[in-house]
Ligand binder design. Sequence first.
Ligand SMILES: Nc1nc2c(ncn2[C@@H]2O[C@H](COP(=O)(O)OP(=O)(O)OP(=O)(O)O)[C@@H](O)[C@H]2O)c(=O)[nH]1
Ligand SMILES: [Mg+2]
Length: 605
Amino acid sequence: MHVLATAGHVDHGKSTLVQALTGIDPDRLAEEKARGLTIDLGFAWTRLPSGRRLAFVDVPGHVRFLKNMLAGVGAVDACLFVVAATEGWKPQSEEHLRILDLLGIGGGVVALTKSALVDGERLAEVADDVGRRLGGSALAGADVVPTDVPTGAGLDALTAALEELLAATPASVDRGRPRLWVDRCFPAAGTGTIVTGTLAGGRMALGDELALVPGPAPGHRPLVVRVRTLQSHREDRSEVGPGHRVAVGLAASGHDRLDRRKVQRGQALVRPGQWAPTTVVDATLEVLPAAPAAVGRRGAYQAYVGSGEHAVSLRVLGSPSVEPGEGGLVRLHLPVPLALLPGDRYVLRDAGRSATVGGGEVLDVAPVLPAGRARPDGSVQRMVAERRWVEADLLERLTGERRAPDLGRWVVDPAALAEDRRRLLAATEAAGDVGLDLSVLGERDRAVVRDLADRGELSLGDGRARRAEVAVDLAAHPFVRALEATPFAPPDAADFGVDRAELRQLVAAGLVVERDGVHFAASAVSEGSRLVAKLLAGSPEGVTASAVRERLGTSRKFALPFLSLLDAEGITRRRGDVRVAGPRLPVAASGAGPLDRTGTGVGGD
Ligand SMILES: Nc1nc2c(ncn2[C@@H]2O[C@H](COP(=O)(O)OP(=O)(O)OP(=O)(O)O)[C@@H](O)[C@H]2O)c(=O)[nH]1
Ligand SMILES: [Mg+2]
């Protein structure tokens, strides 16, 4: 299935040709019939002899209805370009070709219509001229087929050329991101509203919940709707894939009321939450060589995006303006938020002069850098680099591409991550043995610190980050080892050549605790409190200091400061001559099971 748009100057025979090929008259309005002129988009479809299916969006050629033409050609695969042999190349032949080219049309076939009304010499002359004018465009080298509907001349050759074109035109890709630019909307037979468009990027099914973007003013919040009926070429369907003409019957969904005045051409029907509707995009701008003037900040411009027309203000990035025949970068400010992705195309017209001046390709959606610094190139890499940190979900909505998060839920620019790592390592370093308090860090910084810990570049403990060398070196410190070897009869720091600064480090790292000038291993507190808990389990009325001393197998010199330490930790409480259970006394283990509280405050993170 492919969708083609017609193109060409007014009265050159586009609608007549479509009707001859499909049997369907694309001019459906009474006024069109009366005037013999296409005003708005028409639709027709057929099956070619090969079985390939083909739909046409028939556009008006009259310059006054160019806006309607632009609404129809945004999502088509290729075109049927029409030039009347009688008149030859005319202004809208040129303008339509430029528009199709700017929109990145895949290719096309050219029909030289009304061929029976001219002689062979004239026909050859026009064919030559047309071939030359197509040079350098997306239609360069396209088949040029003389046709004449009243006599039927050339119609078989045109059909053959269309078969070839379709065979060479890739089918619309299913990216799981359906988008239907609404090109027509009308009331349904009962209640509700029908919208039509060329579906691209994904599938739509009956019952789907979808969003119309932009929603109504004020705020333009997307309008949530449900697919109540679905048709392609007047046939009811339960599901339709990309590359089809589709008519969708909309019903209200959720809290939104569906007021038909809120549904109009230019909106896009998409899946809710899959896009990041934006009023600002960065884009390339190719200014046509024939443009009447350079494009810059001063002009009044209309941008044609999808099926819509929008008054935009623009700023050229990196220079004041783009001259005719040249290319540049622009930032476009739209009056309403649109569902766009990098790669989407637009056409720019000068509103005052009513001339097509250029167009280009969206490079960045909702750009984050000020215009003075933005240099978009359309790559996901640059979009990440400019944002430094971006949630993988948001990045997918901005680019259409899924990237695995680097840290937590974020995709992070490698340079930014390296910088954040350096900064946090430095901060950890500066915090010394006290460590960097994680609770004062933001979520991203915490993720970086955790990652650094996973890589062994720093250590976590006690809700703080410390330099890894410090933690590792200190834990292996000979004095700490010695303290742990005889926990209740600790050796003197001086015997190990440990000075006061080093002692402070060991204490700050939570490896050593000090009481009344005596240093204990942190593990002594947990071990000792376990022993005391057992003693107290046997005599809940209290135990004397000497009973504790005996149990610990030590002397008064160490037992008294140790008990004082337990009191300070809330493990024991002094009552007269005895110690009773404190609020943090561990439950006396009947077995040798692990305790859930060390009492030292040195826990895991
Ligand atoms: N003799 C002859 N007349 C043709 C041919 N094609 C179209 N016509 C006539 O040309 C006139 C215009 O044809 P349309 O098909 O309406 O032209 P169009 O390009 O659709 O015009 P717009 O939609 O207004 O841009 C009609 O009177 C047609 O009958 C042809 O191949 N041979
Ligand atoms: Mg027509």
